[in-house]
Write a protein that binds this ligand. Structure first.
Ligand code: NAD
Ligand code: G3P
Length: 328
Protein backbone atom coordinates (compact mmCIF):
# COMPACT_ATOMS: atom_id res chain seq x y z
CA UNK A 1 0.00 0.00 0.00
CA UNK A 2 1.55 3.39 -0.99
CA UNK A 3 2.06 5.78 1.92
CA UNK A 4 3.68 8.72 0.14
CA UNK A 5 1.03 11.42 0.11
CA UNK A 6 -0.76 12.64 3.22
CA UNK A 7 -3.83 14.81 3.58
CA UNK A 8 -4.38 16.37 7.01
CA UNK A 9 -7.92 17.55 7.71
CA UNK A 10 -7.97 20.45 10.19
CA UNK A 11 -5.77 23.54 10.04
CA UNK A 12 -5.54 24.16 13.79
CA UNK A 13 -2.58 23.56 16.07
CA UNK A 14 -2.57 19.78 15.96
CA UNK A 15 -3.38 19.42 12.26
CA UNK A 16 -0.57 21.81 11.38
CA UNK A 17 1.86 20.08 13.74
CA UNK A 18 1.07 16.62 12.34
CA UNK A 19 1.35 17.96 8.80
CA UNK A 20 4.75 19.36 9.75
CA UNK A 21 5.82 16.00 11.24
CA UNK A 22 4.72 14.13 8.12
CA UNK A 23 6.55 16.63 5.89
CA UNK A 24 9.69 16.28 8.02
CA UNK A 25 9.34 12.52 7.55
CA UNK A 26 9.59 13.08 3.79
CA UNK A 27 5.94 12.78 2.87
CA UNK A 28 4.19 15.11 0.46
CA UNK A 29 1.57 16.79 2.65
CA UNK A 30 -1.59 18.76 2.02
CA UNK A 31 -3.11 20.54 5.02
CA UNK A 32 -6.82 21.14 4.54
CA UNK A 33 -8.07 24.24 6.38
CA UNK A 34 -11.38 26.09 6.29
CA UNK A 35 -10.07 29.67 6.22
CA UNK A 36 -8.87 31.02 2.85
CA UNK A 37 -6.61 33.63 4.46
CA UNK A 38 -4.97 30.93 6.55
CA UNK A 39 -4.44 28.73 3.48
CA UNK A 40 -2.84 31.67 1.66
CA UNK A 41 -0.61 32.44 4.66
CA UNK A 42 0.63 28.84 4.87
CA UNK A 43 1.34 28.65 1.14
CA UNK A 44 2.95 32.09 0.88
CA UNK A 45 4.70 32.69 4.23
CA UNK A 46 4.97 29.11 5.52
CA UNK A 47 3.49 30.04 8.88
CA UNK A 48 0.17 29.45 10.63
CA UNK A 49 0.35 32.43 13.00
CA UNK A 50 -2.99 31.94 14.69
CA UNK A 51 -2.13 28.47 15.92
CA UNK A 52 1.65 28.16 15.85
CA UNK A 53 2.97 31.72 15.98
CA UNK A 54 6.28 32.29 14.21
CA UNK A 55 6.98 28.57 13.66
CA UNK A 56 8.26 28.13 10.08
CA UNK A 57 6.57 25.29 8.25
CA UNK A 58 8.34 22.71 6.09
CA UNK A 59 8.41 23.41 2.31
CA UNK A 60 6.95 19.93 1.70
CA UNK A 61 3.71 21.10 3.31
CA UNK A 62 1.11 23.04 1.34
CA UNK A 63 -2.40 24.09 2.33
CA UNK A 64 -5.70 23.76 0.54
CA UNK A 65 -9.36 24.57 1.12
CA UNK A 66 -10.51 21.27 -0.37
CA UNK A 67 -9.19 17.78 0.29
CA UNK A 68 -7.84 15.85 -2.68
CA UNK A 69 -6.87 12.21 -3.00
CA UNK A 70 -4.01 11.04 -0.78
CA UNK A 71 -2.55 7.73 0.36
CA UNK A 72 -3.12 8.58 4.04
CA UNK A 73 -5.73 10.80 5.67
CA UNK A 74 -5.13 12.32 9.11
CA UNK A 75 -8.18 13.75 10.86
CA UNK A 76 -7.18 16.52 13.28
CA UNK A 77 -10.27 18.51 14.19
CA UNK A 78 -11.82 18.70 17.70
CA UNK A 79 -13.53 15.48 18.77
CA UNK A 80 -16.98 17.04 18.61
CA UNK A 81 -16.35 18.14 14.99
CA UNK A 82 -15.00 14.82 13.66
CA UNK A 83 -18.35 13.55 12.40
CA UNK A 84 -19.10 16.79 10.54
CA UNK A 85 -15.59 16.99 9.09
CA UNK A 86 -15.76 13.38 7.84
CA UNK A 87 -19.21 13.99 6.41
CA UNK A 88 -17.92 16.94 4.41
CA UNK A 89 -15.31 14.79 2.62
CA UNK A 90 -15.88 12.96 -0.65
CA UNK A 91 -16.40 9.32 0.50
CA UNK A 92 -14.08 8.18 -2.32
CA UNK A 93 -11.17 9.89 -0.53
CA UNK A 94 -11.68 7.67 2.51
CA UNK A 95 -12.64 4.30 1.03
CA UNK A 96 -9.90 1.71 1.58
CA UNK A 97 -7.50 4.37 2.90
CA UNK A 98 -5.70 4.50 6.24
CA UNK A 99 -7.43 7.21 8.28
CA UNK A 100 -5.50 8.33 11.35
CA UNK A 101 -7.76 9.67 14.09
CA UNK A 102 -5.91 12.16 16.27
CA UNK A 103 -8.65 13.87 18.30
CA UNK A 104 -8.74 13.10 22.02
CA UNK A 105 -12.35 13.01 23.05
CA UNK A 106 -15.65 11.16 23.18
CA UNK A 107 -18.64 12.39 21.21
CA UNK A 108 -21.48 14.05 23.10
CA UNK A 109 -24.87 12.41 22.54
CA UNK A 110 -23.65 9.20 20.91
CA UNK A 111 -20.90 8.53 23.53
CA UNK A 112 -18.83 7.33 20.57
CA UNK A 113 -15.08 6.95 20.36
CA UNK A 114 -13.40 8.48 17.30
CA UNK A 115 -13.08 5.02 15.69
CA UNK A 116 -16.80 4.46 16.11
CA UNK A 117 -17.53 7.77 14.40
CA UNK A 118 -15.27 6.77 11.51
CA UNK A 119 -16.96 3.36 11.27
CA UNK A 120 -20.31 5.16 10.94
CA UNK A 121 -19.18 7.74 8.43
CA UNK A 122 -16.70 5.75 6.33
CA UNK A 123 -17.04 2.01 7.01
CA UNK A 124 -14.53 1.17 4.25
CA UNK A 125 -11.73 3.27 5.74
CA UNK A 126 -8.92 1.60 7.70
CA UNK A 127 -8.89 3.10 11.21
CA UNK A 128 -5.78 4.11 13.15
CA UNK A 129 -5.53 6.06 16.37
CA UNK A 130 -2.65 8.38 17.16
CA UNK A 131 -2.19 9.59 20.73
CA UNK A 132 0.46 10.23 23.36
CA UNK A 133 2.31 13.06 25.09
CA UNK A 134 2.69 15.64 22.35
CA UNK A 135 2.11 19.36 22.39
CA UNK A 136 1.60 20.79 18.91
CA UNK A 137 4.26 23.46 19.46
CA UNK A 138 6.83 20.80 20.39
CA UNK A 139 6.05 18.58 17.40
CA UNK A 140 6.04 21.50 14.96
CA UNK A 141 9.35 22.80 16.31
CA UNK A 142 10.98 19.41 15.88
CA UNK A 143 11.45 18.78 19.59
CA UNK A 144 11.72 15.06 20.43
CA UNK A 145 8.27 13.50 20.69
CA UNK A 146 7.08 9.90 20.95
CA UNK A 147 3.49 8.80 20.35
CA UNK A 148 1.42 5.63 20.03
CA UNK A 149 -0.09 4.66 16.67
CA UNK A 150 -2.65 1.90 17.09
CA UNK A 151 -4.14 -0.11 14.25
CA UNK A 152 -5.61 -3.55 13.68
CA UNK A 153 -3.04 -4.97 11.26
CA UNK A 154 0.44 -5.11 12.81
CA UNK A 155 2.32 -4.99 9.49
CA UNK A 156 0.35 -2.05 8.13
CA UNK A 157 0.56 -0.18 11.43
CA UNK A 158 4.35 -0.52 11.50
CA UNK A 159 4.56 0.63 7.88
CA UNK A 160 2.45 3.66 8.66
CA UNK A 161 4.52 4.44 11.77
CA UNK A 162 7.67 4.28 9.61
CA UNK A 163 6.10 6.59 7.02
CA UNK A 164 5.46 9.24 9.67
CA UNK A 165 8.66 8.83 11.69
CA UNK A 166 11.33 11.48 11.52
CA UNK A 167 14.39 12.46 13.52
CA UNK A 168 12.22 14.14 16.14
CA UNK A 169 8.92 12.26 15.80
CA UNK A 170 8.80 8.63 16.87
CA UNK A 171 5.51 6.72 16.59
CA UNK A 172 5.34 3.36 18.36
CA UNK A 173 3.05 0.83 16.69
CA UNK A 174 0.37 -0.76 18.86
CA UNK A 175 -2.87 -2.69 18.43
CA UNK A 176 -5.21 -1.59 21.22
CA UNK A 177 -7.24 1.14 19.52
CA UNK A 178 -9.86 1.18 22.27
CA UNK A 179 -7.33 1.55 25.07
CA UNK A 180 -5.47 4.31 23.25
CA UNK A 181 -8.67 6.21 22.47
CA UNK A 182 -10.07 6.00 25.98
CA UNK A 183 -6.75 7.01 27.51
CA UNK A 184 -6.46 10.03 25.21
CA UNK A 185 -9.99 11.15 25.98
CA UNK A 186 -9.87 10.60 29.75
CA UNK A 187 -6.49 12.20 30.38
CA UNK A 188 -8.11 15.51 29.44
CA UNK A 189 -10.73 15.03 32.16
CA UNK A 190 -8.03 14.31 34.76
CA UNK A 191 -6.02 17.30 33.49
CA UNK A 192 -9.02 19.51 34.27
CA UNK A 193 -9.04 18.02 37.77
CA UNK A 194 -5.29 18.48 38.29
CA UNK A 195 -5.45 22.05 37.04
CA UNK A 196 -8.32 22.71 39.45
CA UNK A 197 -6.34 21.24 42.36
CA UNK A 198 -3.43 23.53 41.52
CA UNK A 199 -5.67 26.54 40.87
CA UNK A 200 -7.18 26.03 44.31
CA UNK A 201 -3.69 25.66 45.86
CA UNK A 202 -4.42 22.24 47.31
CA UNK A 203 -0.79 21.16 47.05
CA UNK A 204 1.47 18.86 45.04
CA UNK A 205 0.53 15.86 47.19
CA UNK A 206 -3.13 16.22 46.22
CA UNK A 207 -2.21 16.45 42.55
CA UNK A 208 -0.05 13.30 42.74
CA UNK A 209 -2.86 11.43 44.52
CA UNK A 210 -5.24 12.53 41.80
CA UNK A 211 -2.87 11.34 39.08
CA UNK A 212 -2.49 7.91 40.67
CA UNK A 213 -6.17 7.44 41.44
CA UNK A 214 -7.03 8.81 37.97
CA UNK A 215 -4.76 6.19 36.45
CA UNK A 216 -6.54 3.43 38.43
CA UNK A 217 -9.93 4.78 37.34
CA UNK A 218 -8.79 5.01 33.73
CA UNK A 219 -7.71 1.35 33.89
CA UNK A 220 -11.19 0.33 35.07
CA UNK A 221 -12.79 2.31 32.24
CA UNK A 222 -10.46 0.93 29.56
CA UNK A 223 -11.03 -2.63 30.71
CA UNK A 224 -14.81 -2.21 30.89
CA UNK A 225 -14.83 -0.82 27.36
CA UNK A 226 -12.87 -3.73 25.89
CA UNK A 227 -9.36 -2.27 25.87
CA UNK A 228 -6.27 -3.47 27.70
CA UNK A 229 -5.10 -1.88 30.95
CA UNK A 230 -1.52 -2.68 29.84
CA UNK A 231 -1.85 0.01 27.18
CA UNK A 232 -1.95 2.55 30.00
CA UNK A 233 1.67 1.84 30.91
CA UNK A 234 2.67 3.37 27.59
CA UNK A 235 2.81 6.75 25.92
CA UNK A 236 -0.92 7.12 25.37
CA UNK A 237 -1.65 6.31 29.01
CA UNK A 238 0.92 7.22 31.63
CA UNK A 239 2.88 9.38 29.17
CA UNK A 240 0.03 11.66 28.19
CA UNK A 241 -1.61 11.64 31.63
CA UNK A 242 1.63 12.86 33.18
CA UNK A 243 2.25 15.51 30.52
CA UNK A 244 -1.23 16.95 30.50
CA UNK A 245 -1.83 16.82 34.25
CA UNK A 246 1.41 18.58 35.17
CA UNK A 247 1.99 21.16 32.47
CA UNK A 248 0.66 24.71 32.30
CA UNK A 249 1.12 24.38 28.52
CA UNK A 250 -1.93 22.09 28.49
CA UNK A 251 -5.18 23.83 27.61
CA UNK A 252 -7.14 21.36 29.73
CA UNK A 253 -4.89 22.00 32.71
CA UNK A 254 -5.23 25.78 32.16
CA UNK A 255 -9.02 25.48 32.03
CA UNK A 256 -8.91 23.46 35.26
CA UNK A 257 -6.72 26.07 36.93
CA UNK A 258 -9.30 28.72 36.16
CA UNK A 259 -12.00 26.49 37.69
CA UNK A 260 -9.84 26.04 40.77
CA UNK A 261 -9.49 29.79 41.11
CA UNK A 262 -13.27 30.03 41.30
CA UNK A 263 -14.23 30.99 37.75
CA UNK A 264 -17.33 29.44 36.22
CA UNK A 265 -17.29 27.51 32.95
CA UNK A 266 -19.15 30.36 31.29
CA UNK A 267 -16.64 32.94 32.54
CA UNK A 268 -13.68 30.86 31.37
CA UNK A 269 -15.18 30.36 27.91
CA UNK A 270 -16.16 34.04 27.68
CA UNK A 271 -12.57 35.02 28.51
CA UNK A 272 -11.44 33.28 25.30
CA UNK A 273 -10.19 29.93 26.61
CA UNK A 274 -8.67 27.68 23.97
CA UNK A 275 -10.09 24.25 23.13
CA UNK A 276 -10.25 22.07 26.27
CA UNK A 277 -11.54 18.68 25.09
CA UNK A 278 -12.14 17.42 28.64
CA UNK A 279 -15.07 19.82 29.04
CA UNK A 280 -17.15 18.02 26.40
CA UNK A 281 -15.77 14.58 27.27
CA UNK A 282 -16.42 14.65 31.06
CA UNK A 283 -20.22 14.24 30.81
CA UNK A 284 -19.81 11.52 28.17
CA UNK A 285 -17.27 9.66 30.32
CA UNK A 286 -19.56 10.00 33.33
CA UNK A 287 -22.50 8.56 31.36
CA UNK A 288 -20.32 5.69 30.09
CA UNK A 289 -19.03 4.92 33.59
CA UNK A 290 -22.57 4.81 34.94
CA UNK A 291 -23.90 2.63 32.11
CA UNK A 292 -20.95 0.22 32.48
CA UNK A 293 -21.20 0.33 36.29
CA UNK A 294 -17.57 1.41 36.60
CA UNK A 295 -16.60 3.13 39.84
CA UNK A 296 -15.34 6.51 38.55
CA UNK A 297 -15.62 9.13 41.31
CA UNK A 298 -13.07 11.47 39.74
CA UNK A 299 -14.86 11.63 36.40
CA UNK A 300 -18.12 12.21 38.29
CA UNK A 301 -16.48 14.97 40.33
CA UNK A 302 -15.19 16.78 37.24
CA UNK A 303 -18.60 16.45 35.60
CA UNK A 304 -20.26 17.88 38.71
CA UNK A 305 -17.90 20.87 38.82
CA UNK A 306 -18.48 21.60 35.14
CA UNK A 307 -22.24 21.10 35.07
CA UNK A 308 -23.22 22.49 38.47
CA UNK A 309 -20.43 24.98 39.17
CA UNK A 310 -19.81 23.32 42.53
CA UNK A 311 -16.72 24.81 44.17
CA UNK A 312 -13.56 22.72 44.37
CA UNK A 313 -13.37 22.68 48.19
CA UNK A 314 -16.82 21.08 48.42
CA UNK A 315 -15.97 18.50 45.76
CA UNK A 316 -12.67 17.59 47.41
CA UNK A 317 -14.32 17.28 50.82
CA UNK A 318 -16.83 14.86 49.27
CA UNK A 319 -14.07 12.76 47.68
CA UNK A 320 -12.01 12.65 50.86
CA UNK A 321 -14.92 11.59 53.06
CA UNK A 322 -15.95 8.56 50.98
CA UNK A 323 -15.74 5.24 52.81
CA UNK A 324 -12.16 3.95 53.00
CA UNK A 325 -11.38 1.17 50.55
CA UNK A 326 -8.60 -1.14 49.49
CA UNK A 327 -6.22 0.20 46.83
CA UNK A 328 -7.43 -2.14 44.06
N1 NAD B 1 -2.86 21.04 20.17
C1 NAD B 1 -2.22 19.98 20.67
O1 NAD B 1 -1.14 20.12 21.28
C2 NAD B 1 -2.80 18.60 20.50
C3 NAD B 1 -1.97 17.50 20.68
C4 NAD B 1 -2.51 16.22 20.54
C5 NAD B 1 -3.84 16.06 20.22
N2 NAD B 1 -4.63 17.14 20.04
C6 NAD B 1 -6.03 16.92 19.71
O2 NAD B 1 -6.28 17.38 18.40
C7 NAD B 1 -7.67 17.76 18.28
C8 NAD B 1 -7.73 19.13 17.60
O3 NAD B 1 -7.15 20.05 18.50
P1 NAD B 1 -6.32 21.34 18.04
O4 NAD B 1 -5.32 21.56 19.11
O5 NAD B 1 -5.84 21.28 16.65
O6 NAD B 1 -7.47 22.44 18.16
P2 NAD B 1 -7.41 23.91 17.58
O7 NAD B 1 -8.46 24.67 18.30
O8 NAD B 1 -6.02 24.41 17.60
O9 NAD B 1 -7.82 23.75 16.05
C9 NAD B 1 -9.01 23.12 15.66
C10 NAD B 1 -9.14 23.26 14.15
O10 NAD B 1 -10.23 22.46 13.71
C11 NAD B 1 -10.94 23.21 12.75
N3 NAD B 1 -12.30 22.71 12.69
C12 NAD B 1 -13.24 22.74 13.66
N4 NAD B 1 -14.38 22.18 13.22
C13 NAD B 1 -14.14 21.76 11.95
C14 NAD B 1 -14.93 21.11 10.96
N5 NAD B 1 -16.17 20.74 11.20
N6 NAD B 1 -14.37 20.86 9.76
C15 NAD B 1 -13.09 21.22 9.51
N7 NAD B 1 -12.30 21.85 10.40
C16 NAD B 1 -12.82 22.11 11.60
C17 NAD B 1 -10.85 24.64 13.24
O11 NAD B 1 -11.12 25.55 12.17
C18 NAD B 1 -9.40 24.68 13.69
O12 NAD B 1 -8.56 24.99 12.60
C19 NAD B 1 -8.22 17.74 19.72
O13 NAD B 1 -8.98 16.59 19.91
C20 NAD B 1 -6.98 17.71 20.60
O14 NAD B 1 -7.21 17.03 21.82
C21 NAD B 1 -4.14 18.41 20.16
O1 G3P C 1 -3.39 21.26 25.40
P1 G3P C 1 -4.17 20.00 25.68
O2 G3P C 1 -4.63 19.92 27.09
O3 G3P C 1 -5.28 19.83 24.69
O4 G3P C 1 -3.17 18.77 25.48
C1 G3P C 1 -2.54 18.60 24.25
C2 G3P C 1 -2.07 17.18 24.04
O5 G3P C 1 -3.17 16.29 24.10
C3 G3P C 1 -1.00 16.75 24.99
O6 G3P C 1 -0.56 15.45 24.66
Amino acid sequence: MPLETVSVIGGGSWGTALAQAAAMAGRSVSLVARDAAQVAEINTHHTNQRYLGEQVLHPGLSASLVASAADVIILAVPAQASRTALGALDPALLAGKPVILSAKGLEAGTLDRQSEILADMAPDAIPYVLSGPSFAADVAAGRPTAVTLAGDDATLTSALAAALAGPSFRPYAADDRIGVEIAGALKNVYALACGAVDGANLGASARAALLARGYAEMARMVTAMGGSATTLTGLAGLGDLTLTCTSVQSRNYQFGMALGRGQTVEQIIASGAKLAEGVATAPVADALAKSLEVDAPLIAAVHAVLSQNIDIATIVAGLMSRPLKRED
